[in-house]
Ligand binder design. Structure first.
Ligand code: GLN
Length: 487
């Protein structure tokens, strides 16, 4: 098997310009690798369309870095003519009549979408086990989860199936699986990239994100995707930038902070050691690296605040999934709209989704709203204010993206944790404040990759990516692929 799909975007681009390989050959390699997927990474495929798009590309200029390169999209990015189900039974058979803005922009840049990837149903969840097609597994150990909700995108990239995959990030859904799969996972500043055509989960938190094999690739993709879109009122008018310049020119800020409480709570010696060593290396390179006392009660508030806000928004957004507009029809001979909807929604959603809708609706009931939803909104304000104070004295927050290697699927529990660990929820900080945030590989623990995350001030995406590159240079971990058979 040829091996272009295991490389980073710039290397593939150079080969295309040199005519060492053609877009059609790249698409064929991607299709062949999809056929060998071991982890249940795929929903719909669009092989014929991809082949046609590849054939049309004849010339590739030196500055057309994305042109002719295959990519994958999480199954919640509307793609004209391709079933887009968000891995939910209730959207089975839904074929959008338009492209999401990011899909359109990637097409305009010449990238070729080859398939949709599995996800936790409707992007809720973090295990990769709740989609309509069952468990998506970790290529480094197929008994373990790859994390979610962007599970298929992470599993596919870690198997060397494509050099880029779209994900979406509401709490950590790109940055957590990236960590568990040895990839770069990036979430843009809220409003930097249009979300038109991305199925909403919790729009005050949702951001476009993507997986790549190295940081520079992520910067090129961001440059292509950023900018205002008249179809998304929340997309920013702020000037577009060439984000790859930050990475290529090493444009970085100096002050790195870490949370003392988080450092003290890490039990895994390998992760603690790798994290401490990384901070030490950064110090040696001239960064100011200092601890910070982020309020413990706000760290404790992350999980409940996230659950209330995200479930409330999800319940309201997904109210349109009533079985009438999309998805399979009711099968119980309903007499009323209510009976019809109850039948479709009872059969169309998994337990996790139903549980979250109940929480969302409960917190929005008029009599509960002051105590639940309004309090969560206030807690969010305190969380973000405290983060902005942190950013008065620091340019970056660096945290490990996980406490341990991923769980085995058989050990997963549906019980909700009453004492969640800080690191299980810390990445939600990035969504509460809309901050740009990137996960890059940090180390290996028992053969499983572990990532580290960098978060910065809003619209400092370039500086955040550039710090990601600094860490990539320190660890030397990039272009990772699991399993000898995939290399
Ligand atoms: N794991 C988080 C959740 O379950 C994040 C989901 C996401 O970012 N889409 O909601």
């Amino acid at each position: 098997m040829t091996k272009w799909m295991t490389k980073d975007i710039l290397s593939i681009h150079k080969a295309l310009v040199e005519k060492e390989v053609t877009p059609s050959e790249l698409v064929e390699e991607c299709i062949e690798r999809i056929g060998k997927d071991q982890c249940n990474s795929f929903e719909a495929t669009r092989f014929d369309e991809a082949r046609k798009e590849a054939k049309k590309i004849t010339e590739i200029g030196e500055d057309e870095v994305l042109k002719g390169i295959p990519y994958l999209a999480k199954d919640n990015y509307s793609t004209k003519g391709t079933e887009t189900s968000a891995s939910s039974k209730i959207l089975t058979g839904y074929v959008p009549t338009f492209d999401a803005t990011v899909v359109k922009k990637l097409k305009r840049a010449g990238m070729i979408q080859v398939a949709h990837t599995t996800m936790d149903e409707l992007a809720m969840g973090g295990t990769g086990t709740t989609g309509r097609k069952g468990d998506t597994t970790n290529p480094y150990d197929k008994e373990r989860i790859v994390g979610g909700s962007s599970c298929g995108s992470a599993a596919a990239l870690a198997q060397g199936i494509a050099p880029m995959a779209l994900g979406s990030d509401t709490g950590d859904s790109v940055r957590k699986p990236a960590s568990l799969a040895g990839l770069v996972g990036y979430k843009a500043t809220w409003g930097r990239i249009s979300r038109f055509g991305l199925f909403p989960f919790a729009p005050s938190l949702d951001a476009v994100g993507f997986f790549t094999r190295d940081v520079l690739s992520a910067a090129y993709v961001l440059t292509a995707l950023s900018g205002h879109d008249k179809n998304d009122m929340s997309s920013s008018y702020r000037k577009k930038e060439k984000y790859e310049k930050y990475v290529l020119e090493g444009k970085r800020l100096k002050r790195v902070g870490y949370f003392k409480a988080v450092m003290d709570s890490i039990k895994d010696p390998i992760i603690k050691d790798a994290y401490s060593k990384l901070l030490e290396e950064l110090r040696k390179k001239g960064y100011e690296v200092l601890p910070y006392d982020y309020p413990i009660e706000l760290l404790d508030a992350l999980y409940p605040t996230y659950m209330i806000i995200s479930c409330a928004e999800a319940g309201s957004n997904d109210a349109n999934l009533d079985g009438v507009r999309f998805g399979p029809a009711a099968t119980n001979n309903p007499k009323t709209y209510k009976e019809y909807m109850i039948d479709c929604r009872s059969k169309g959603f998994s337990d996790l989704i139903k549980r979250r809708f109940v929480i969302g609706s409960f917190s929005l009931l008029a009599e509960n709203q002051p105590e639940m939803f309004n309090r969560a909104q206030k807690a969010r304000r305190l969380i973000v204010d405290a983060m902005n104070r942190f950013f008065d004295s620091f340019d970056y927050l660096i945290v490990p993206s996980a406490y341990s290697i991923p769980k085995k699927i058989k050990d997963l529990s549906t019980a909700w944790s009453t004492h969640p660990d800080y690191l299980d929820n810390i990445l939600t900080l990035g969504n509460f404040g809309g901050y740009p945030s990137v996960t890059v590989p940090l180390t290996f623990d028992q053969g499983m990759p572990i990532g580290v995350n960098v978060t910065g001030r809003i619209f400092e995406d370039g500086y955040v990516l550039s710090m990601g590159k600094e860490i990539e240079d320190i660890t030397g971990l990039k272009n990772l692929v699991a399993g000898k058979e995939n290399k």
